[in-house]
Ligand binder design. Structure first.
Ligand SMILES: Nc1nc2c([nH]c(=O)n2[C@H]2C[C@H](O)[C@@H](COP(=O)(O)OP(=O)(O)OP(=O)(O)O)O2)c(=O)[nH]1
Length: 131
C-alpha cells in the first residue's frame, strides 16, 4: 500500500486544487496537492515538504480527515488528507499543469483523481458540520 498525503489548503473561503500534468501518472486529473510518504517521515512533515517542492508554499496542517483506500489497476494507495492553512509564499508550479482556488460549492464538479472524490465529499461534510 502506497501512502499519499494531500493538502486541502484553505484560504479566503476557497480551497486549492491542482491539475496533474501530462507527464504525471493520472494525467490531467485534478487532485489535492501532496505526495508519497517517505520512509521514516511523519505525515505532516511529508505534506510540508511536498507542498514546498511542488508549489513553493509554506503551509500548516491543521486537521487530519478520514483516509481513503483506493485500488488503481497497478497499485493500491491510501490517500491521507489534511485540512491546512496558508503560511507564506507565492505559488510557483513545478510539476502541475494548473491550479485553481475553488469555491467549496464547485468542488464536486472537477475531474478528480478517483480517490479524491470521497475526500472532497468528506471535507464538505466536515465544513457543513462546522458552520
Ligand atoms: N499527490 C496526490 N496524489 C494523488 C491524489 N489522488 C490520487 O489518486 N493520487 C495518486 C496519484 C499518484 O499515483 C500517487 C501520488 O504520486 P505523486 O507522483 O503525486 O507523489 P510523489 O511526488 O511523492 O511521487 P514521485 O513522483 O516522487 O514518485 O497518488 C492526490 O490528491 N494527491
Amino acid at each position: 500500500m502506497i501512502k499519499v498525503v494531500c493538502a486541502i489548503l484553505e484560504q479566503f473561503d476557497r480551497v486549492l486544487v491542482t491539475q496533474r500534468s501530462e507527464r504525471m501518472q493520472e494525467p490531467l486529473l485534478w487532485e489535492f496537492p501532496g505526495g508519497k510518504l517517505e520512509p521514516g517521515e511523519e505525515e505532516e512533515e511529508c505534506l510540508a515538504r511536498e507542498i514546498w517542492e511542488e508549489l513553493s508554499l509554506r503551509i500548516q496542517p491543521i486537521l487530519r480527515l478520514q483516509p481513503v483506500i483506493y485500488a488503481f489497476p497497478d497499485k493500491d494507495i491510501e490517500l491521507i488528507p489534511y485540512i491546512c492553512t496558508y503560511q507564506s509564499g507565492v505559488i510557483q508550479l513545478s510539476e502541475h499543469k494548473a491550479y485553481q482556488w475553488a469555491h467549496p460549492q464547485d468542488l464536486l464538479s472537477y475531474s478528480w483523481c478517483p480517490p479524491d472524490i470521497p475526500v472532497a465529499k468528506d471535507y464538505l461534510r466536515t465544513k457543513g458540520a462546522a458552520s
